[in-house]
Design a protein around this ligand. Structure first.
Ligand code: NI
Length: 393
């Protein structure tokens, strides 16, 4: 099967679909029309084993190979952002205030391209390819909903990629190890006691206590955390007080933690520092903590090798790039929570010659479309090779 040649033949289709989906973005949890259009696109290819989700949008579809084997999943996220598009592209969003600014339109198009290729060669496939079109990535609920709905039941491995605006086209990255950090959310309620601003000794100032807590949290990063463990603690929102001349009796801090460490160590240390810092001033502080997504870590050497080889075998060693590890997060990691091995990659989409210089989520974000058929080919090749390699196991 010549997957590279098929991808080149389907390149115009993939670009056309990318532009189409770019015009009609839908926000996380609202992907009704996007799901319907993907279903129609799959049906037009002759793929009929399609499963829509109950209670949320998105779907999965199975391509059954002609030979026995395992099931491998390919995942594309399909939601857009509340960004007003300023790209000036002829296929810019037609929906005011909504844009595929994270590039998930490209993920849909690459996966449709992979579907077309794999459906063409299905007689040669050893097992089943499950095409997962996932909603609500941006709010980190889509992967969990699909996992809970059993979409990965019986799946031996799952593959995902992201187009990346600061990573040069046409490089593709499947680096082993830490790739993206976890995303945790937290809130701190600080209870002091209000008083006249001129008499601070008669109250407990929730503002100065909050300042001490924020300062102390940075010492969790620099003095308590192992410096070899990347850790970010950011307080992004502070609300306190009612008037300029009244001591604030209450404050609320909201923030996020990013790390590759698993377990509750960071939460436990933060709670100790927060509660005791507040207590030192006679205040009370309460930490609420949410584990939203786990880190993305490419830890399965077999999957790393098959994915890297998919790039190298079709496009040469020089096409395998390296996107540095980042502290941003991805809900793809949730698919690994029940132990399903996964591989996550980056498809470089930056090309200054074509004006593709903006980062993901920017109102002028755009990709070098010449990467899209490559992304489709690599996904298809990964799936075919994984199934062939594991069929004998
Ligand atoms: Ni994204």
């Amino acid at each position: 099967m010549d997957i590279k040649a098929l991808a080149e033949a389907y390149a115009p289709y993939i670009v056309e679909r990318r532009r189409f989906y770019h015009t009609c973005p839908e926000l996380s949890g609202e992907e009704k029309e996007t799901t319907a259009k993907i279903k129609a696109d799959l049906e037009a290819m002759g793929i009929t084993d399609i499963h829509e989700m109950e209670g949320f949008y998105g779907l999965y579809a199975d391509i059954h190979g002609g030979k026995p084997g395992k099931t491998v999943a390919l995942r594309a996220d399909i939601d857009a952002l509340s960004v007003h598009e300023e790209s000036g592209l002829p296929f810019a969003s037609k929906v005011d205030g909504k844009m595929h600014a994270c590039g998930h339109d490209n993920h849909i198009a690459m996966q449709l391209g992979a579907a077309k290729i794999l459906n063409e060669v299905k007689d040669e496939l050893c097992g089943t390819v499950r095409l997962v079109f996932q909603p609500a990535e941006e709010i980190a609920t889509g992967a969990r909903d699909m996992l809970n709905a059993g979409v990965l039941d019986g799946v031996a491995a799952i593959y995902g990629v992201h187009v990346w605006g600061s990573f040069d086209a046409p490089y593709i990255d499947f680096t082993s190890g830490n790739r993206m950090a976890c995303c945790h959310g937290f809130q701190v309620e600080v209870e002091g006691r209000s008083a006249h601003a001129s008499a601070p000794h008669e109250g407990i100032d929730a503002v100065t206590v909050s300042c001490a807590i924020i300062e102390a949290l940075q010492k969790v990063v620099s003095r308590i955390n192992d410096p070899l463990n990347p850790l970010v603690i950011t307080v992004g929102k502070v609300t306190a007080g009612n008037r300029w001349n009244v001591l604030a009796g209450h404050a609320k801090l909201e923030g996020t933690v990013r790390t590759f460490a698993t377990g509750t160590q960071v939460e436990d240390e933060m709670r100790r520092v927060i509660e005791n810092t507040a207590a030192a001033f006679g205040a009370k502080a309460t930490l609420s903590y949410q584990y939203m997504t786990a880190p993305v870590i490419n830890s399965d050497e077999q999957l790393n090798r098959i994915a890297q080889n998919a790039v190298v075998s079709m496009y040469g060693q020089e096409s395998l790039g390296h996107q540095p590890t980042m502290m941003g997060s991805e809900d793809f990691s949730i698919f690994g929570e029940h132990g399903t091995p996964y591989i996550y990659g980056f498809v470089g989409s930056r090309n200054p010659e074509k004006g593709c210089i903006y980062s993901n989520h920017h109102e002028k974000f755009n990709v070098d479309e010449d990467i899209l058929h490559r992304g489709a080919a690599v996904a298809a090749k990964f799936a075919a090779d994984f199934l062939a390699e594991t069929a004998a196991e």
